[in-house]
Design a protein around this ligand. Structure first.
Ligand SMILES: NC(=O)C1=CN([C@@H]2O[C@H](COP(=O)(O)OP(=O)(O)OC[C@H]3O[C@@H](n4cnc5c(N)ncnc54)[C@H](OP(=O)(O)O)[C@@H]3O)[C@@H](O)[C@H]2O)C=CC1
Ligand SMILES: O=C1OC[C@@H](O)[C@H](O)[C@H]1O
Length: 419
């Protein structure tokens, strides 16, 4: 009962109940490129209770659409084009929730205009684009603006608490799944997710699972050993975009991984395997001074995080340790037992970080805080997506497409050297 009440309270607070912040005089004015569906959840809601962020303007390809969107979300300024928004000197940072195939172009244009950039995931369409973006002088110059790929889950204490239970060198298998009931969320065949020219495809849209297994190993995969895909039929889709993938991987320590993504799952299927991460470890000898000479204690650990994507709503971290005591140098068992523990981490204090935070903060709020900290040159929690990480992530997605029957996502025709 207490769990249900906190669930309701947390989610009510995030949606409407948390007090609106009084904005600081020097709050960062953010401009939004595109009247995107994701922006209210990923940016406007956390900005409402962030004292240092003002959602200042939106631009859309159609001014009327931008005006209606601005009215709906109480955004004070509207620009008729993305270029006009970028030219506004009052805007300090830009949020880019455009289709994936436009990320590189508009991130660079925003950086060129001197704006800090919060760039939706996946940062770009492929590894070639990642090299173009993250090695671009606008990004690598000293004092370049902040550029962050919005992998929001990494900023939440639940992910930190999950990682704290891992013994990375001894992980032997990782699994990550993201199962989205897309048909019930309006992701029809004409959605950007199924448009090859805009770098659609589930491997990119549900890029999280590859990020998760990389995060579990703390390394990039050595190979993608298989990648089965199901595509949106052609027509009405273009036949080149996966709505579902099941991929297998190997990692530098010899471990394996599997990643599963589905954008067109049924509701029951989605509930069963929504957004889960799991790490299985090899058996390791653990010291136990109480054991007699000639015996040793061996632990085999499994750690799972349920709901990595929306942990503020609800999540659970299961740590299951199977212990055996055996005679040294033999497999002969003396005894065996299992210890199971479930954990939760909603605040930074829950993971031993002495900084302000609230249980109702979504992943997006934790991420926005760190974005603001970087922009202001302040120390943060340490959670961040380094550019090298974004590059490795793009290479990983390419590895999966390369062994699937689908082509790599296209590189933009935009001339990045022109900036
Ligand atoms: N962090 C998260 O939890 C999530 C992240 N995302 C990411 O955010 C991005 C946007 O996703 P989402 O909000 O669902 O998408 P939407 O289709 O709702 O928004 C995309 C926006 O891109 C603009 N746009 C510009 N050019 C084109 C074009 N040629 N075709 C279509 N749209 C165009 C449109 O803006 P205009 O108004 O100017 O027409 C549109 O509003 C993606 O990169 C996606 O991966 C998505 C969902 C969740
Ligand atoms: O969080 C998400 O879940 C649904 C996806 O389609 C979306 O793009 C992704 O970021």
């Amino acid at each position: 009962m207490a769990g249900l009440l906190s669930f309701i309270h947390r989610n009510w607070q995030n949606a409407v109940g948390a007090p609106k912040a009084t904005k600081a005089k020097d709050a960062i004015k953010i401009g939004v490129l595109g009247a995107a569906n994701i922006a209210p959840m990923a940016l406007f809601t956390p900005a409402r209770y962030h004292p240092e962020v003002i959602i200042y303007a939106v631009a859309a390809r159609d001014r009327k659409k931008a005006e209606a969107y601005a009215k709906q979300h109480a955004i004070p300024h509207v620009f008729s084009t993305y270029e006009e928004l970028l030219a506004s000197p009052l805007i300090e940072a830009v949020y880019v929730p455009l289709p994936n195939g436009l990320h590189l172009e508009w991130a660079l244009k925003a950086l060129k205009a001197g704006k800090h950039v919060l760039l939706e995931k996946p940062s770009v369409s492929n590894a070639a684009e990642a090299a173009l973006l993250f090695n671009h002088p606008l990004v690598t110059a000293p004092n370049a603006p902040v550029l962050l790929e919005a992998f929001h889950y990494r900023f939440h204490p639940a992910w930190m608490a999950f990682v704290a239970q891992l013994d990375r060198p001894n992980v032997v298998h990782a699994r990550a799944s993201l199962t989205i009931p897309g048909k019930h969320m309006g992701f029809g065949p004409d959605d950007i997710r199924f448009n090859y020219a805009l770098a659609g495809g589930a491997l990119l849209d549900l890029t999280y699972t590859m990020s998760i297994v990389r995060g579990i190993y703390g390394a990039s995969p050595t190979a993608c050993t298989s990648c089965e895909v199901a595509t949106m039929p052609s027509p009405p889709g273009d036949g080149l975009c996966d709505y579902k993938y099941d991929a297998a991987w190997t990692f530098p320590n010899g471990g394996t991984a599997e990643t599963h993504g589905n954008l067109q799952a049924g509701l029951v299927e989605a509930l069963k395997d929504f957004a889960n991460a799991e790490a299985v470890h090899r058996p390791v000898v653990v010291p136990d001074a109480a054991l007699p000479e000639g015996q040793e204690k061996v632990r085999t650990r499994r750690v799972a995080l349920y709901n990595f994507i929306g942990p503020a709503m609800w999540h659970r971290i299961d740590v299951e340790d199977r212990f055996v005591v055996r005679k040294k140098g033999s497999e002969e068992l003396v005894r065996e037992w299992t210890v199971k523990e479930s954990k939760k981490a909603y605040t930074l204090r829950d993971v031993g970080i002495d900084r302000p935070s609230e249980p109702y903060w979504w992943t997006y709020k934790y991420m926005l805080d760190e974005f603001v900290n970087r922009v202001r040159g302040r120390e943060g929690t340490g959670a961040w997506i380094e550019h090298e990480d974004s590059v490795e992530q793009a290479k990983t997605i390419d590895m999966a497409y390369a062994v699937s029957r689908l082509p790599l996502r296209q590189t933009t025709k935009f001339d990045t050297a022109s900036l």
